[in-house]
Design a protein around this ligand. Sequence first.
Ligand code: PAF
Length: 280
Amino acid sequence: MTAPIIRQLAELRAKHSDWIRAGERVAVVPTMGALHAGHLSLVDAAKAACDRVIVTIFVNPKQFNNPEDLANYPRTEHEDAIKLAPYDVDVIYVPDPEQIYPDGFASTVSVTGVADQMEGASRPGHFDGVATVVAKLFLQTGAHQAFFGEKDYQQLLVVRRMARDLDIPIEVVGCPTVREASGLAMSSRNMRLSAEGVSKAGALYPILTSLAGELSAGGAFADLKQQSEVAILAAGFDELEYLSLCSAEDLSATELAREPARLFVAAWIEGVRLIDNIAV
Ligand code: PAF
């Protein structure tokens, strides 16, 4: 059976009060819909950790710096509810837009530091939009734990920082990236690629993995970076936005793979911007 879809905050709060009175722990899995196996792995983790699970679906206009990207973002609520049915979640919260951004809404949550580089630099305003909507979703759902994929590793750190800084009593849990057999990270954006594009994009992960191996063996990023950039373009990507090696803790740039570090990439193929990252 599909879970109840709630669109009004008051109705969500009524359910939440019953759960808290019963001493139950609540998880939230924030999404923008177009659910895939990556999202479903977060739901699995949430179910294992808490008594009640809320999946939120809200395509957040404030985090799109490109209007075309917002217009093209897949909206698949009915299919999403069907995909969630076997997981027996307690609520699918699909807030009406005015539940998130009521008339006159004038506040922005802005995180500095971990939000400044990579996605923050390439997509001005993106993380302000993410931090603002996620702060609202944390406060509206009153969840004890929230589950995010490491595929958006920078987002995970931004959200964790925001919750700590604002004293929102929630634990932000990061879950491993789920990949296709080729290694391509699952993403709602993959739906916009042709079969050929998907196959070409599958080259990204082996290139990252091989670079990570060379870094772990003591190679310097400055010496190895260019050959990976060439390989990414030769695989069929049209443009490489960044390939960076950063501290996994604060995302400061690093040259040698001192633990813990991660490799991050953003590249364009068939007009679609893909991101990925792996631990080194
Ligand atoms: O990762 C996403 O899908 C979105 O950025 C999130 C966290 C649901 C906020 O809109």
